[in-house]
Design a protein around this ligand. Structure first.
Ligand code: G1P
Length: 301
């Protein structure tokens, strides 16, 4: 079986970022552990991977990230206490996090960009296609994205990025893609990728969001990718090389996502994500819906 025909089995989750946007909340706690409604943000991402059958998960972590390992581990004494109290709902809620796939950890050491983080996965991933999920983007569990991307990777044998349309003024916060439609297909070919272009230099308003399904050829490219935007090794730059070249493992494709995405990468987006997800939750939704219109009306006065 050639690499491109292999099914994707592994997910890589970079989680070594310092979380400076959330200081002081993240002074002694990883930003990935910030709760979104009632679960740490990172748990949504792990669940998304496991839901599409990616049970082998590698987290790229760093110093001050031990809480991540603890969260996905069992706590027998707490389980015993909840069981003795007969609080089965809470017992199940804490067991859910420790029953999610097989989670491995490797440290990035010196956080030197997303490309550098992904390269740390090389030994664990080996020579097979793999998914990368960034924790700042949450994709609603009711909407499909990753499984479509996995299908496109299998079909094309290249690498696949997820795209959304953004307001032109926002494109400088993202990797930006110049794309070309493919007749009869629901995905696009990527002609060019630019990391965080200025608005007047952006080739489109299509932004790369934090889901990738990559051919392992990306590792060879990352090995020779020098510092890019911000002096960091950028995954976007390696993907640009894959998009521009030809041969086994080359070619980059895009799936345009029109479903529900929640950005937890900065304080305001994070607050909005919490409200959006809580509104739909069974236990908190009704109370929040009752309170919110009156509160908002008060603000409008
Ligand atoms: C990273 C990527 C960028 C992408 C973004 C998606 O940037 O470098 O290309 O658009 O994730 O969330 P970051 O947000 O980590 O600065």
């Amino acid at each position: 079986m050639t690499t491109s025909q292999q099914t994707v089995r592994k997910a890589v989750i970079p989680a070594a970022g310092l979380g400076t946007r959330f200081l002081p909340a993240t002074k002694a706690m990883p930003k990935e552990m910030l709760p979104v409604v009632d679960k740490p943000a990172i748990q949504y991402v792990v669940e998304e991977a496991v839901n599409v059958g990616l049970n082998d998960i590698l987290m790229i972590t760093g110093r001050n990230k031990r809480a991540l390992e603890d969260h996905f581990d069992r706590v027998p004494s707490l389980e015993d206490t909840l069981e003795a109290k007969g609080d089965m709902a809470k017992l199940e809620s804490i067991q859910a996090a420790s029953n999610l796939g097989d989670i491995h950890y490797v440290r990035q050491g010196d956080p030197n960009g997303l490309g550098h983080a992904v390269l740390r996965a090389r030994q664990h991933v080996g020579n097979e296609p793999f998914a990368v999920l960034l924790g700042d983007d949450l994709i609603d569990a009711r909407d499909d994205l990753l499984s479509t991307m996995i299908e496109v990777q299998a079909k094309t044998g290249g690498s696949v990025v997820a795209l959304i349309e953004v307001e032109p003024s926002q494109i400088s916060a993202y990797g930006c893609a110049d794309v070309q439609a493919i007749d009869g297909e629901g995905y696009v070919r990527i002609n060019k990728l630019v990391e965080k272009p200025d608005v007047d230099e952006a080739p489109s308003n299509l932004a790369v969001i934090g889901r990738y399904v990559l051919h392992p050829e990306v590792f060879d490219v990352l090995e020779r990718t020098g510092p890019g935007r911000g002096g960091e090794i950028q995954l976007t730059d390696a993907l640009q090389e894959l998009a521009a070249g030809e041969g086994e493992g080359y070619g980059v494709y895009g799936v345009v996502f029109r479903g529900r995405r929640y950005d937890t990468g900065d304080k305001l987006s994070y607050l909005k994500a919490c409200v959006q997800l809580a509104i739909d939750s069974e236990d908190l939704g009704p109370g929040l819906r009752e309170w919110l219109p009156g509160f908002a009306a008060g603000l409008a006065k």
